[in-house]
Design a binder for this molecule. Structure first.
Ligand SMILES: Cc1cc2nc3c(=O)[nH]c(=O)nc-3n(C[C@H](O)[C@H](O)[C@H](O)COP(=O)(O)OP(=O)(O)OC[C@H]3O[C@@H](n4cnc5c(N)ncnc54)[C@H](O)[C@@H]3O)c2cc1C
Length: 600
């Protein structure tokens, strides 16, 4: 059987007590559960709401069905809040672009720890990236030569065990990206790092979370679950953790309930990985050492709030007894925003450069080569970056938060504001990331938004999905920065200093936003109607920051004000990284496992 014998076919077979109970068998959860159980010294239970099913599809059973509240600054549009609901979590359904942030991202985390010697910084995290992510393979040498693809093998581990997560460079090619690559290389302000894994922005090739041999998805299930056979490790699926149970202020265990009523579930199938679910009722499972919340940035704050750990006024409204008043639980929500493509029309298709016939044949094409342009604000907007940074720094930190926001949240945001204002002057702090295919289209993502959102209990039905409000563009500078991204790509494609003309002999006509949107005001109007506030990288809702800065966990990821409860998932990111998020989650989970074992 490819899956693990750790899976209990019936949740009623779970013991009454384990050393560790991990809530969520997702990206971080399976990583931590693997590491805590590997010595055999501790008993570990992971509880997952999804089931074991094939990866990749995004369907009814394997995604949560959540919609954001209307975004008042985006013409009241609502947006899907996609999160994987499956063994493997979001790593089982994501788009597999595998990147880490830049140095400033993680050094900001250290600054936001409020302590002098935080080990959550770029240098100290690199060994965890190498432990977490193995280099599956570099690009095919011919492809690497043809595309001038460089990469830094030292950023990754060299383990080839199948119980690993792999970063693999593309085997495919797509010659049409070459004119873009060559012209971007020469475009003013575009840096060429060896690759993004060295902590710098610029034009480089992004690997995928992919097995180098099978080319299948490499994710927390394949790397940290399949094939494990440990008596001391159990996984139960189709099971919800409703709340953490406390004895005084000590986390004592979790209360679980079945996802489906027993008879319904029996009807759904008795295949592998489906609990028979004969127990229809709730049950408490105890944790001797720690309860570890790895339910992701949308559900971890919900579980904390349901357990009485969160903003006291909210808990009182929901009639939940307050265990500890922690205003930061569910605050500080961040994501990357997506600007629908700036689109041009070639007057005729570009002349593709001759394809070297020694390159692997087209059938081996799996994914495009993964060219990605990351830019700091000085590169995006040489004319305005200084004034944008100055206007940001001049804002009062509470200016764009709702009245009554807790002062600790404002204090934490003031710290972030100081660091981001400095980041706006740094060419190596990403404000945009754009996948570059072979067509004259660019859909840049905003990598460091300035607005902060919330995840809160649904007061009329606390066990239903939480209320997600990105509050995108509540800080008006967000739209100014995205408008600068549009102007950057307009200049690159059609401006007088465009370097593209040397490589393709074409005239370009702009289709979208279109010539009707010229001024900043017009561009912002277009963005309010088109911008998407999330690419499903929610982060920051149980942040690792000091309590007086609205933090929820400290340096050891233990929740403030209670004992034996920790958080390990994207919720702990004080600030979102300027890259896709999954690689950082794996590294953080590896570090977390070490911290948890040290205090065992
Ligand atoms: C559609 C999509 C595309 C993405 N594309 C990329 C990409 O290309 N590259 C990249 O790096 N990142 C991408 N991401 C983001 C990345 O995958 C996530 O940031 C990361 O996987 C989150 O890890 P996590 O451990 O925080 O949470 P998750 O992996 O989401 O794990 C949380 C787990 O907890 C479970 N759970 C939640 N509540 C409960 C409960 N009450 N009881 C029991 N279990 C519960 C969930 O079912 C889930 O399995 C994408 C995400 C999505 C959804």
């Amino acid at each position: 059987s490819p899956h693990s014998y750790s899976l209990l076919q019936d949740r009623d077979d779970a013991h009454d007590v384990y050393d560790y109970v991990v809530v969520g068998g997702g990206t971080a959860g399976l990583t931590v559960a693997d590491r805590l159980s590997e010595s055999g010294r501790y008993t570990v239970l992971a509880v997952e709401y999804g089931i074991l099913e094939p990866d990749g599809r995004r369907g009814r059973t394997n995604m949560y069905n959540i919609t954001s509240v209307p975004q008042v600054n985006l013409n009241n549009r609502t947006f899907p809040v996609d999160v994987g609901c499956i063994v493997g979590g979001s790593s089982a359904v994501n788009a597999q672009a595998f990147q880490r942030g830049t140095k400033r991202d993680y050094n900001n985390w250290a600054e936001l720890s409020g302590v002098n010697n935080s080990s959550w910084n770029w240098d100290d995290l690199q060994p965890y990236f190498r432990k977490a992510i193995q280099l599956g393979s570099g690009p095919h040498p011919d492809i690497a030569r043809f595309y001038n693809m460089t990469y830094n093998p030292g950023s990754y581990g060299t383990n080839t065990s199948k119980h690993s997560i792999f970063a693999t460079f593309s085997r495919g090619h797509s010659p049409a990206v070459i004119p873009l690559y060559q012209s971007l290389r020469e475009y003013p302000g575009v840096n060429i790092p060896i690759d993004h894994s060295v902590g710098a922005v610029g034009l480089a090739w992004t690997p995928r979370s992919m097995d180098p041999i099978s080319l299948n998805r490499s994710y927390s299930r394949t790397g940290h679950y399949d094939g494990l056979d440990r008596d001391n490790y159990h996984l139960i699926t189709a099971t919800r953790v409703e709340r953490v149970v406390f004895k005084g202020k000590t986390a004592d265990g979790v209360e679980i309930s079945p996802r489906w009523p027993a008879e319904d579930h029996e009807g759904k199938g008795k295949g592998k990985g489906r609990n028979k679910g004969k127990g229809n009722g709730k049950r408490i499972i105890k944790a001797r050492k720690e309860v570890i919340l790895s339910a992701g940035a949308i559900h971890t704050p919900q579980i904390l709030q349901l357990s009485g750990v969160g903003p006291a006024p909210l808990l009182k409204k929901a009639k939940i007894p307050v265990i500890v008043d922690l205003p930061g639980v569910g605050a500080n929500l961040q994501d990357h925003a997506y600007q629908p493509a700036l689109q041009f029309n070639w007057t005729s298709p570009p002349p593709h450069p001759e394809v070297n016939t020694t390159l692997p044949p087209a059938e081996t094409f799996v994914f495009g080569p993964g060219l990605n342009l990351m830019m700091g604000l000085p590169g995006i907007s040489p004319a305005r970056y200084q004034s944008l940074a100055a206007s940001y720094l001049a804002q009062s930190p509470d200016q764009f938060f709702p009245p009554g926001t807790h002062p600790t949240i404002i204090a934490g945001y003031a710290q972030q504001q100081r660091l981001y204002a400095a980041g706006m002057l740094d060419k190596d702090f990403a404000f945009s990331a754009t996948g570059m295919g072979g067509i004259p289209v660019a859909a840049p993502q905003l990598m460091h938004g300035l607005s902060r959102g919330t995840v809160t209990l649904n007061l009329t039905s606390p066990l239903s999905e939480p209320i997600v409000d990105y509050r995108f563009a509540s800080n008006p500078l967000d739209l100014e920065i995205v408008a600068e991204n549009i102007k950057f790509f307009r200049r690159f494609y059609t401006g007088p200093d465009s370097t593209l003309k040397q490589y393709v002999n074409l005239t370009l006509g702009e289709i979208q936003p279109g010539p009707g949107y010229k001024s900043d005001e017009e561009l912002k109007e277009w963005l309010r109607a088109n911008l998407v506030p999330s690419v499903f990288h929610p982060s920051g809702t149980a942040a690792k920051m000091p309590r007086e800065w609205g933090g929820v966990v400290g340096e050891g990821l233990e929740v403030y004000g209670v004992k034996r409860l920790s958080v390990v998932d994207t919720s702990i990111f004080p600030t979102i990284v300027g890259s896709t998020t999954s690689m950082t989650v794996y590294a953080a989970a590896e570090k977390a496992a070490d911290l948890i074992k040290e205090r065992a």
